[in-house]
Design a binder for this molecule. Structure first.
Ligand SMILES: Nc1nc2c(ncn2[C@@H]2O[C@H](COP(=O)(O)OP(=O)(O)OP(=O)(O)O)[C@@H](O)[C@H]2O)c(=O)[nH]1
Ligand SMILES: [Mg+2]
Length: 566
C-alpha cells in the first residue's frame, strides 16, 4: 500500500474508528459474530490486498485462478470441488499452510503478478454442500475487490443474484466476469449474455460494473490457442484497477463499508429492542387491569366458599333446633336433670362434624387461594414470554437478560406461594378464628386447643351452645317454666349462630385480604428486576442511539476523505 502522509493519517483515524465500533458493539451486548466482524475489519486494514474470486460452484473459479497464474495450482472439477478458502500469496512455492481459521489455507506461489496482492479462490455458492456457501459468505466482508464469476452456460442465476446483493450490502467493489465464453458461438450470443449480466449487476449494485467475457480454458491452453482475448482485456483492467493508488483507496474503503454494515446491524437490533421494550411496557400497564380482574375473581371465589360455610352453619342450626325442640320437653324430665348427659347428646346430635366440615372448608379456601394466585402469576409470565422479541435480536445480551428475567418472575413468586403462603394462611386463619371465638363465647381461651381450626371450633361450639342449657339442671320449679326456656333457647341459638357466622366470615375476609396484599407485594417484588431492566435498557438504548449516530457520521466523513485521496 502506498503509505503517504495523508494515507497514514487516514489509517490512524480509521483504526480508531474501528476499535470504537468494536467497543461500542461489546458495550451493547451485540452477538459475538458482530464483534468478530468489527475486529476482522480492523485486522483487514493491516492485511495484504485481497482479490477474491467468487461465484456458483462449477463456474470455473479455480480454473480461472490457474489461468490467471499461468499454472495449475488449484484442483478443478465438474463436481463441487473447492472446499476451503485458498489465499495465494507471492513466495517460494511450498505446501499449503494453515492459518488461524481452519477453513482458510495459505499457499505461496512464485508468481510476480501476485506481488502486493493476495489472490483468493473460494468454495462455490449454491453447491449441494451448504457449508461451502457459508464459508464464502463469511469471507466476503474481507474482500478488497471481488471478482464475481458467472458461467456463460448459465449466466447470472438466482443464487448469484442473492450473493451479489450480499456483496452490495457489504459495500464490496466488484468486477463482473463471465467465464466459459468459449461456449458462446456467435457475437450475438456474446452480446446477449453480456447485456443480461450487466442488467442483473445493475439491478443489485445500483451501478454498472464492467463485464468481462473470458475463457479460462482457452487461456490455460495458450500454447495451442494463443491465449484468450477476453482474458487479456481483464488482465489489463486488473492491472489498472490494482495500481497502488487505487489499491490503497479500496483497502481503506472496504473496512469502512464493512463498518457501516455492522453498525447498521446494531441499529436494527436496537430498534427491535426498543419495540420489545415498548410492548413490555404495554404489558406491564395492562397488568394492573389484570390484577384488578384477578381480585374480582378471587372475591367471587371467596363468596362461594363462605356460602358453603353458611350452609354448614344452617344445617347445624337445623339440627340444634330439632335437638332443643325434642329435648326441652316435660316428658324428657329425666334427661333434663342430667346436664352432662345433655351436653354429650348435643355434641353428638347437633354439633356432629360441623367443626371438621368447617375446617375442611377452610383448607379448601387456602388451596384455592394459592392455586388461583399461582395461575395468575403464570398467566402474567406466559403473557410476557409469548412476546418473543424479533429474530433480529436473537443472541444479544438484551434478549438473554430479558428472557432470564421474565422466566424468573413466576418462578420465585410461585415458590414462595406454595412453600410459605399456604402454611402461613392456614396458621393465620386458625389464630384469627380462635381470637374471634373468644368474642363469640365471651369466655377466656382457657382450655381451647391452639392453632387447629377444628379443635378451636369444637371447643367453642360445645362451650357456647351447651351454655344454653346451663341452669337447666332443674328442680321441680324449673318444669313450669320449661316452655319459656325452650323459646329462649331457640332465640339464643339463632343469635349465636348468626354471630358465629358473622365472625367466621369476618376472619376469612380479613385474612384473605391481608394475604392477597402480601401476594401482590410479592409479585411486585418478583417483577421489579424486570421493570428495572426495562428502565435501564431504555436509558442504554437512548445513549446508544447517540453513539451510533456519531459513529455513522465518522464513517461518512472518513469515506469522503478516502474518496478525495489524490
Ligand atoms: N468450457 C469451459 N469449461 C471450463 C472453463 N473453465 C472451467 N471449465 C470447467 O468447468 C468445470 C469446473 O471448473 P472449476 O474451476 O473446478 O470450477 P469452480 O468454480 O472452481 O468449482 P467449485 O470449486 O466447485 O466451486 C471444470 O470441469 C472445468 O474444466 C472454460 O473457460 N470453458
Ligand atoms: Mg474451485
Amino acid at each position: 500500500m502506498l503509505v503517504t502522509e495523508p494515507v497514514q493519517a487516514l489509517l490512524t483515524r480509521e483504526r480508531t474508528l474501528l476499535s470504537d465500533l468494536q467497543a461500542y458493539l461489546q458495550a451493547q451486548g451485540a452477538p459475538a459474530e458482530a464483534v468478530t466482524q468489527a475486529r476482522q475489519a480492523l485486522q483487514n486494514l493491516d492485511e495484504s490486498f485481497l482479490l477474491v474470486v467468487v461465484g456458483e460452484f462449477n463456474a470455473g473459479k479455480s480454473s480461472f485462478v490457474n489461468a490467471l497464474l499461468g499454472e495449475t495450482v488449484l484442483p478443478e472439477g465438474v463436481t463441487p470441488t473447492t472446499d476451503r478458502i485458498y489465499v495465494l500469496v507471492h513466495g517460494e512455492k511450498g505446501e499449503p499452510e494453515a492459518t488461524a481459521d481452519p477453513f482458510v489455507v495459505r499457499l505461496r506461489v512464485p508468481i510476480a503478478a501476485l506481488d502486493g496482492v493476495a489472490l483468493v479462490d473460494t468454495p462455490g455458492t449454491n453447491a449441494i454442500v451448504r457449508q461451502h456457501q457459508v464459508l464464502t459468505e463469511g469471507f466476503l466482508p474481507r474482500a478488497d475487490l471481488l471478482l464475481f464469476l458467472t458461467s456463460a452456460d448459465r449466466p447470472f442465476t438466482e443464487s448469484e443474484r442473492q450473493f451479489l446483493s450480499l456483496a452490495a450490502r457489504w459495500g464490496r467493489a466488484v468486477v463482473m466476469v463471465v467465464n466459459k465464453a468459449d461456449l458462446l458461438e456467435t457475437p450475438e450470443q456474446r452480446a446477449e449474455v453480456r447485456a443480461f449480466v450487466e442488467a442483473g449487476a445493475r439491478a443489485e449494485l445500483n451501478l454498472t460494473p464492467p463485464v468481462y467475457l473470458v475463457s479460462a480454458r482457452r487461456e490455460q491452453r495458450a500454447a495451442q490457442t494463443g491465449g484468450d482475448e477476453g482474458f487479456r482485456a481483464l488482465r489489463d483492467a486488473l492491472q489498472a484497477r490494482l495500481g497502488e493508488r487505487e489499491r490503497t483507496r479500496l483497502k481503506l474503503t472496504g473496512p469502512l463499508n464493512a463498518a457501516a454494515e455492522i453498525l447498521g446491524g446494531e441499529e436494527r437490533r436496537a430498534s427491535a429492542a426498543r419495540d420489545t421494550l415498548r410492548a413490555d411496557l404495554d404489558t406491564l400497564s395492562s397488568l394492573e387491569a389484570q390484577r384488578q380482574r384477578h381480585h374480582e375473581t378471587m372475591q367471587g371465589e371467596l363468596d362461594g366458599q363462605l356460602n358453603r360455610v353458611g350452609r354448614l352453619l344452617a344445617e347445624f342450626e337445623a339440627r340444634a333446633d330439632k335437638f332443643i325442640d325434642s329435648t326441652l320437653r316435660i316428658g324428657n324430665f329425666r334427661q333434663l336433670v342430667n346436664s352432662r348427659g345433655l351436653e354429650t347428646q348435643f355434641r353428638e346430635q347437633a354439633i356432629a362434624d360441623l367443626p371438621q366440615a368447617i375446617e375442611r372448608q377452610f383448607a379448601t379456601m387456602v388451596d384455592r387461594f394459592v392455586e388461583s394466585n399461582l395461575h395468575f402469576w403464570e398467566d402474567v409470565q406466559t403473557f410476557l414470554l409469548r412476546r418473543q422479541p424479533s429474530q433480529d435480536i436473537a443472541r444479544t445480551r438484551f434478549s438473554y437478560d430479558r428472557h432470564a428475567l421474565v422466566e424468573g418472575i413466576a418462578g420465585s413468586a410461585s415458590r414462595h406461594l406454595s412453600e410459605v403462603t399456604e402454611a402461613q394462611l392456614t396458621r393465620q386463619l386458625a389464630a384469627d378464628t380462635e381470637d374471634a371465638m373468644k368474642g363469640v363465647v365471651g369466655l377466656g381461651a382457657g382450655g381451647v386447643g391452639v392453632g387447629v381450626i377444628g379443635a378451636v371450633l369444637a371447643g367453642t361450639l360445645a362451650l357456647d351452645f351447651t351454655f344454653i342449657f346451663s341452669g337447666l339442671a332443674i328442680g321441680s320449679l324449673g318444669l313450669l317454666i320449661l316452655p319459656a326456656r325452650r323459646l329462649q333457647a331457640l332465640r339464643e341459638l339463632r343469635v349465636r349462630v348468626a354471630e358465629l357466622r358473622a365472625s367466621l366470615e369476618g376472619v376469612v375476609r380479613r385474612e384473605y385480604e391481608r394475604e392477597q396484599e402480601r401476594a401482590d407485594a410479592r409479585l411486585r417484588d418478583a417483577m421489579s428486576p424486570f421493570t428495572r431492566f426495562i428502565e435501564g435498557e431504555q436509558v442504554r438504548l437512548q445513549e446508544a442511539e447517540g453513539q451510533a449516530a456519531r459513529l455513522r457520521a465518522d464513517i461518512t466523513a472518513l469515506k469522503g476523505q478516502v474518496d478525495a485521496l489524490g
